[in-house]
Design a protein around this ligand. Structure first.
Ligand code: FES
Length: 87
């Protein structure tokens, strides 16, 4: 697992292997709009302020993946112990 931090509140949440980031956030009352939940539509796109996402979407381009400053939290994970999200 890894952790996500909501930049606006400073709150940190554990993301277990069996849960989506959007599920963890939703349970904490942090709303991120979702649609496909498969990394196709881009509805859930969130800016990443710190950390390196493990991109699992088909929405962003290779160059956008390499920039690591945004990701799709419906399906993507993290390569670093923590992601700080612009939420
Ligand atoms: Fe469609 Fe995340 S909800 S890419």
């Amino acid at each position: 697992g890894f952790q996500v931090k909501v930049a606006s509140t400073g709150a940190v949440y554990d993301v277990p292997a069996d849960k989506r980031i959007t599920e963890v956030l939703d349970e904490a009352g942090v709303f991120v709009p979702v649609s496909c939940e498969e990394g196709v539509c881009g509805t859930c796109l969130v800016r990443v302020l710190e950390g390196t996402p493990e991109h699992r979407d088909l929405y962003l381009t290779d160059a956008e993946h390499e920039a690591n400053d945004q990701f799709t939290p419906c399906c993507s994970r993290s390569k670093s112990p923590m992601l700080v999200l612009d939420l």
